[in-house]
Design a protein around this ligand. Structure first.
Ligand code: ZN
Length: 201
């Protein structure tokens, strides 16, 4: 039986989702998410994990390393026309949401809502790892998507509310974000969730 001490954790670095098992890739030196999961499995080998990767880039490292393991499901929403366009890794993503360039808030949040419900219902995770990249932001120089600041705040709320409603512990990693407002957006998002009581479970 897995009994977490805290239901919500965050690491202000982390989310190096492009790193493979034997080499780094795309600003990612090592595969921190797979390493963390394999470490926790040493004590709790039956633990079921859902990785929710909402960074603008495809999380090809995580899916390459973990995609065949039935204890892991990966929900990956990403801009398909930017780096890394790793078609082999893409085949290992359990819940893939391919986004067009310049996708806006409404479509983005609708797709997240529906795929997240499906992933939670089907996989029934014991732990969620949330790769909360802010490079989906409209002014981000690398992400190529058109998500507003409020859209990112709404997105985080959807993910944390789903974790809270299902009583699943969640680890948030900040992953990519290359605009000077990225840090402010993360801060505002967390403050809003604290004010709404979403993080109290
Ligand atoms: Zn990214």
């Amino acid at each position: 039986m897995y009994l977490p001490v805290h239901n919500i954790l965050s690491n202000l670095s982390g989310g190096y989702h492009h790193a493979k098992s034997n080499h780094g890739e795309g600003f990612c030196f090592f595969a921190d998410i797979p390493l963390s999961i394999k470490s926790i499995w040493q004590k709790h080998p039956k633990l079921r994990i859902l990785i929710i990767d909402l960074d603008a880039h495809q999380g090809n490292g995580c899916s390459s390393i973990l995609g065949k393991d039935k204890r892991v499901a990966i929900l990956d929403m990403y801009n398909t026309v930017i780096f890394p366009r790793d078609r082999n890794a893409e085949k290992l993503v359990s819940y893939k949401v391919a986004l067009c360039r310049k996708t806006r808030d409404k479509i983005y949040l609708e797709k997240l809502n529906s795929m997240l419900s499906k992933a939670l219902d089907e996989h029934k995770p014991n732990v969620i790892i949330y790769n909360a990249g802010t490079d989906v932001y409209v002014e981000d120089p690398l992400g190529g998507l058109n998500i507003s600041e409020q859209g990112i705040i709404n997105r985080d709320e959807i993910v944390f509310k789903a974790a809270s409603d299902n009583k699943v512990p969640i680890l948030m990693l900040l992953s990519g974000g290359y605009h000077k407002r990225s840090g402010d957006i993360v801060g505002r998002s967390i403050v809003k969730m604290i004010q709404k009581g979403i993080l109290n479970y």
